[in-house]
Each structure stands twice: as C-alpha cells, then as structure tokens.
Design a protein around this ligand. Sequence first.
Ligand code: DGL
Length: 271
Amino acid sequence: MEKAIGVIDSGVGGLTVAHELMRQLPKEKLIYLGDTLRCPYGPRPREEVRNFTWEMVEFLLEKDIKMLVVACNTATAFALEELQQTLSIPVIGVIQPGARAAIKFTQNNHIGVIGTEGTIRSDAYTNALKRINATIHVNALACPLFVPLVEEGILNGDQAEQVVEEMLHPMKESNHIDTLILGCTHYPLLRETIQTVIGDHVTIISSSEETAREASTILEFHNLLLKSDEIPQHQFYTTGKLDIFSQIAEDIFSEPVNNFKTVTIEKAVIC
Ligand code: DGL
C-alpha cells in the first residue's frame, strides 16, 4: 500500500497547510491529526508541548507515514530539531519556509512576525530570519487571543476585528514593517481581518505555500512521490469535537470533507 504524508497541529490551523499540500501534491494521501482537545499549545511550557507533539507523532507513526509535516509553529519551535534527529523519515516544520518567503518579499528589511506566546518566546523566527539575512529588523508580537477565536470559528465580523485591532495595536504603532509573517498556522483563517487592520501596504506571508513546496522537493529528492493516478483518500483525526473541526475544514477546502474521526492519542484508540 502507498504511504501517506502525516500532518500534525494543535487543532484546525494545520488544515491551512494540509490544503496547500493537497493543491500542490494532488496525488498524495494525507493523514492529518489536530490535537483540538488540548489546544492551545501556545501558552504551554516547552516540555508539555514537546510531550504532546510526540504523542501526535507516535499516533501517526503507527499509520506508517512516509514523511511528517509539523504544521504548527509552536511545535516546530519546540520539537522540530529533536524530531528530525530521532525519526528515520523526513520531517519538516513551518518556520524556516515562512522566514524564507518573507525575506523574498520585504523591500525595506523590516519584517513583523505574529505568533503564539511560545513561538515568539522561542525566538525561532528571529533566529531563522537573521540566519538568512543578519541585517533584517524583526518586530515580533504574541497574539494569544487569535487561536481561541479561530477554534470557535469566529473569523470575521465585528468581534474578530475588535480582537485583531487590539492585539496588533503595538505593531501598527511602530509602523515600519512592510511584510508580516503569520507565524501560527491558525492565523491564515483570520487573514482578511488581519489585512484590514494592518493595512494594504503590508504583505502578509503564510508559510503554507512554501512549506508545501519544500515537502514536494524533499519527496522528489527521496524518490517518495506517489506514482498512482488514484484519487487519494485523506484521513482527518481530531482529539476534540468533530462538528467545529469538520465545519472549519469544509470552509478551508471549499468542499465537503469526509473521513473525520475523533481519537484519544494517549492510547491511540479510535472512539
Ligand atoms: N497552530 C499552532 C501554531 O502554529 C498553535 C496554536 C496553539 O495551539 O496555540 O503555532
């Protein structure tokens, strides 16, 4: 049987990456796991995020995946290196691709990064950006209220705009950036609202396109791309409630999505 690409996130955010993988690699089968029950990861200590991430990874390894995409910035910041060193399959995260894309777009070398408290505290974006170009100015800001909004499906309208306005206020004040990295895979779901608040002069970067490109390059390099012409049957797992998860998935994919299941990942039992 042909193997799948495993995709993990703390909840629904990684579906934005899954969608781009499906667009760029239409023959590939995905197995997605969102740890919605324990979302958000952003405010949790590093050790806890590492443990939760490993539990997700172990669930997917039992499904014999051929590659792992860590579609969560917080998990990428805290666990990517260790996963890459330990697993025998290729593993990619979302921070390096996002940093690369932002460097391509900035004209004035002032880049903003918004993410969870954990991602911003880790300095993972600042380090990734400065590794590519040491003269880049980085304005990093944690936006802890965005993930709960997205997980509740509040993506636009007055309430969303008010929260986004409040969170982005310090970044708007400084008024230098011409490029803004959405350093959390949940944030592309608020993209329109963020663009309205931050203004049209700022280019918004979400790492999903660049991450999917990297996945494609790596699969090709390792000769792991699927050859078959069958329509892939993706599988979606959540540790939380199915209704909001499947609703948000359908909004992102703009089509009905099947094959959703709730799982308990500590025991990897399908309920
Ligand atoms: N979507 C995740 C990220 O990219 C995590 C959000 C959270 O669980 O706090 O960081």
